[in-house]
Ligand binder design. Structure first.
Ligand code: M6R
Length: 365
């Protein structure tokens, strides 16, 4: 039931600190600051030449963020595709390779077909699923379960952040096995993961400020989302959330691609939402924001105090997030992104839990 919330989506947004905390208890040895996978040493991370990931929609965006983590932390090359492409493109797969499928429902037709293709091609199958009795879970060699609990809202929220929490843990486990993570760094990454639920709870407190953005956003015909690094998939996720529940057209772009086309769209009618924690790429994104501002673009900036101070422009609005280590920051920055879409759709009177034309689980092609 919805409890005190108007919609399942709101309830599920607010459950996120708890379900991420719960999921992490299954993947971390908190007392010793170590990662501990529930399926033990079943996966031979050390000898993998690469990892193949596929999924659909929001689960695909979780996989895109995971690619940054596996590659940077574990030096493990990742190939990632949307499942509807992966299943048909006859991709060559490495001998004894590892194929990973991500699905909240565990029943998505394209993802399941991709799994069966990988199976026929001799891959070890790992799945990150929320429903442990699902077909995808049953057909996998190892299952990394997300403990988000039942997700009712058609727009995925809590399953997404739990997928990210699982991926962060898997990337650290892979890094340890591959010798690219010192014991000391493992402890500090695990401490950062443990601090996430508290940071997420603080991010939820920003909702009244986000609510104030809804009126302006509701007037937009198009919205552009920009980010770099792990904030790029979040830009894609922000655009998908807004499209799904408010029916406003939105695009997510890597900030560095702005000059290669989308900058032509910038005018005072199109809000540009920039996701930019003050990380190693911040200055690059800040110069993209300045390019948008110079062309009269209206910027909504999601950043931290340092980013707000150093962005070099005056955004129309700034959502100031708590300070945190940048590595796993997407798990917290997902929340304002979801709330922006939610508040806008509610302001417009849309049916956020049951958006038109969409099904919770896409079991046919
Ligand atoms: O159950 P799955 O994770 O396999 O579903 C994948 C997509 O259908 C799903 O994420 C969809 O994009 C959501 N409506 C996004 O909010």
């Amino acid at each position: 039931e919805k409890g005190n919330h108007r919609h399942f989506m709101a309830k599920e947004i607010y459950e996120q600190p708890e379900v991420v905390g719960h999921t992490l208890t299954q993947y971390l040895d908190m007392a010793n600051g170590k990662v501990r996978l529930p399926f033990g040493d079943q996966i031979d991370w050390k000898n993998l030449s690469r990892l193949t990931i596929s999924a659909c929609g929001t689960s695909y965006y979780a996989g895109l963020i995971a690619k940054y983590w596996f590659e940077k932390l574990a030096r493990l090359p990742v190939e990632i595709d949307v499942a509807s492409e992966f299943r048909y493109r006859e991709a060559p797969l490495p001998d004894q390779g590892l194929a990973l499928f991500v699905s909240q429902s565990g029943e998505t037709a394209d993802t399941l077909a991709g799994l069966r293709y990988a199976r026929q091609n001799g891959q070890v199958i790992l799945s990150v699923v929320n429903v442990p009795t699902s077909t995808i879970a049953r057909e996998s060699d190892a299952v990394a379960q997300t403990l988000a609990g039942p997700e009712i809202g058609v727009a995925s929220t809590k399953a997404f952040v739990c997928q990210l929490a699982v991926f962060a843990s898997l990337a650290l486990a892979a890094a340890r096995a591959r010798g690219t993570l010192s014991a000391q760094d493992e402890v500090s990454h695990v401490q950062n993961l443990i601090s996430l639920p508290g940071l997420m709870a603080r991010a939820l407190e920003l909702e009244p400020e986000i609510e104030k953005l809804a009126r302006e956003l509701s007037k937009a015909k198009d919205v552009l989302y920009l980010g770099r690094g792990t904030s790029f998939p979040l830009a894609l996720e922000g655009a998908l959330k807004l499209k799904e529940i408010s029916y406003i057209h939105a695009e997510g772009y890597p900030a560095g691609e702005l000059k290669h086309g989308p900058i032509a769209l910038i005018d005072e009618d199109m809000p540009v939402i920039v996701v930019a924690p003050h990380d190693a790429l911040f200055e690059k994104t800040a110069s993209n924001m300045q390019e948008v501002a110079a062309r009269g673009g209206r910027i909504i900036l999601v950043t931290d105090a340092k980013g707000a101070a150093e962005c070099g422009i005056e955004p129309e609005a700034t959502i100031v997030m708590p300070d945190m280590d940048p590595t796993f920051a997407p798990i917290v920055y997902a929340l304002p992104i979801q709330m922006i879409a939610y508040q806008t759709a509610v302001f417009m009177g849309k049916d956020v839990d049951q958006p038109r034309n969409l099904a919770k689980s896409v079991t046919v092609e």
